[in-house]
Design a protein around this ligand. Sequence first.
Ligand code: 0RA
Length: 655
Amino acid sequence: MTEKKNDYSAQQITVLEGLEPVRKRPGMYIGGTGLEGLHHLVWELIDNGIDEALAGYANEVSVTLMSDGGVKVTDNGRGIPTDIHPKTGKSTVETVLTVLHAGGKFGGGGYKVAGGLHGVGSSVVNALSKKLIIKVFRDGNVYEQTYEKGIPIEDLKIIDKSNKTGTEILFYPDDSIFETVDFNYQTILDRLRHAAYLTKYVRTNLINQLNNKKYSFYFEGGIKSYVKHLNVGKEVIDEDIFYVDKTVKDTQVEISMQYTDAYNETIKSFANNVLNPDGGTHLTGFKSALTRVINDYARKNGLLKEKEENLSGEDTREGLTAILLVKLPDPQFEGQTKNKLGNPEVRGYVEQVLNEYLNYYLEEHPNVAKKIVGKALLAARARKAARAARDNILRKGILDGASMPGKLADCSSKDPKNSELYLVEGDSAGGSAKTGRDSKTQAILPLKGKVLNVERARLDKMLANNELLSLIKALGVGIEDSFDIKLLRYERIIIMTDADVDGSHISTLLMTFFFRYMPAVIENGHLFLAKPPLFELVRSGKKESVFIYDESQLDQILDEEIEKRKKLNPNLNLSDEKYKQAGFIEQKRYKGLGEMDAEQLFETTMNPEKRVLIQVRIEDVERSDAIFNKLMGTEVELRKNFIQANARFVKDLDI
Ligand code: 0RA
């Protein structure tokens, strides 16, 4: 399906609808009413501010997280016009906020021609807010209007004088519509950073009233700075970053790229500042030009001999980090979510720009060019070796279902829906898990020591690694070309490691493996982290224990118990240690899974009735990619942050 861009010009609003449909079926407009839908409201407003900047009228967009739960989005553009709109007979401000444009706009961030009636997403935000206050700075005045559930409760009025211009929208999402109205600071921060990378010369700010912190992003280099940011912690083959910005016909093509010594490629393509995760015509054009230019250069300079075959596209992209941004007046996307750009002409435009300027760049930078070609040649050779290793394994049937790894204690259920696989750090915890498990539904695969870091190893090395080979076999899904998610033998794959730095490192390595080789396992929600307890509190007089999973939970439980006890006995001696006051005779800190016996391990971490699982999500691939690369780098400081970082792309889930 192809989604045509809507025309936002004032005269062409022909279908006007009330906001009722938005409140009735919010999912149609913002994707859902969960955390993502909630944040979509902020994205709509940020995109409007960015659009005003792209039109050349604003250079700053700010988001303030208010201490009362509201979110304020401000830009210093022209301000939404306040005069009476010819079609609605109301102010343009009210029109923008109350008229749902026909067809709506899902995903936000379309390119609008300067002067068009932009800001249409604002009406969706308005409809889904229990309260919204707009301020417009324009014509020397400050205008204000307040809405409730999308309905104006007063006329637009002048409240002050000011020589500033701009638009400020403060909204309070309707908690009768959203499952949660708690905004995630980090998610918004990422979005603002991202917006600043894609729109050079625009400053984006995040002000958090809750902790009085302010973040500000400004990247003069635009997508060049973005590439630099993505390559932090990686070894780059040359400091110089390729950059081109050219307009062909009415399409602006901006490309930036740099090679690293990594094996994976990171290419992000955007159309009108909207990420297209599934690429599209711009990406296709980029890839074909890249392959052609590098091969031509290699031939011309004798780096590729006459009888040698051409470098493949994959070879030329190994270790590549690239940002591709096109801006065009009439973007067409395949599918609802703008995941893939469809305009056929864009392919040729991107090809033309990269052909010309990359060729020119390689001629001008012969040292960088030699390194790029050298790396691609190496990639070609290594890929052949890796293929041979994989074919060998496939031929021998090592990955086939018949032969399960010896270390696997499989469950008796053969129905994946009722099966789960625990990946357990170390043989001793593995032993306890095998004893304590529910053998009908729970399979155990103990993993010895550190798992191979797949960021630094190719497929052949990976397939020579016993731990990973056992894992691939146990999963039953095959690898690379033979990978098939439908063959997955377990509904849940649960990584169970110690709650310490080594344990987190091992879970990160395992997540990296899934992320790189089996993203479908994560995307389909099959990957989890087990959460072992940090403390056990033993109650005096009773055998029963209380298990604590978070540091913060410990204080909370102790305080609650003390309160209870104070009520029963007002003369309670308060000079004692806290946990004793609370009536616990012993507080035990668990450092590793191995400190628990089989029964405890099951009860605290594996019992489906009680355990806490954390679902691993590729919520922000860019972020996890960056985290993984930082972690896998050698720098201790970077690595130290990773427990904290992990918490970003996982979500607590009680199952
Ligand atoms: C309609 C017309 C004009 C600007 C805007 C809307 C506008 C909308 C938003 C939404 C957020 N910030 C905004 N800034 C401006 C053009 C007005 C003119 O020609 O002066």
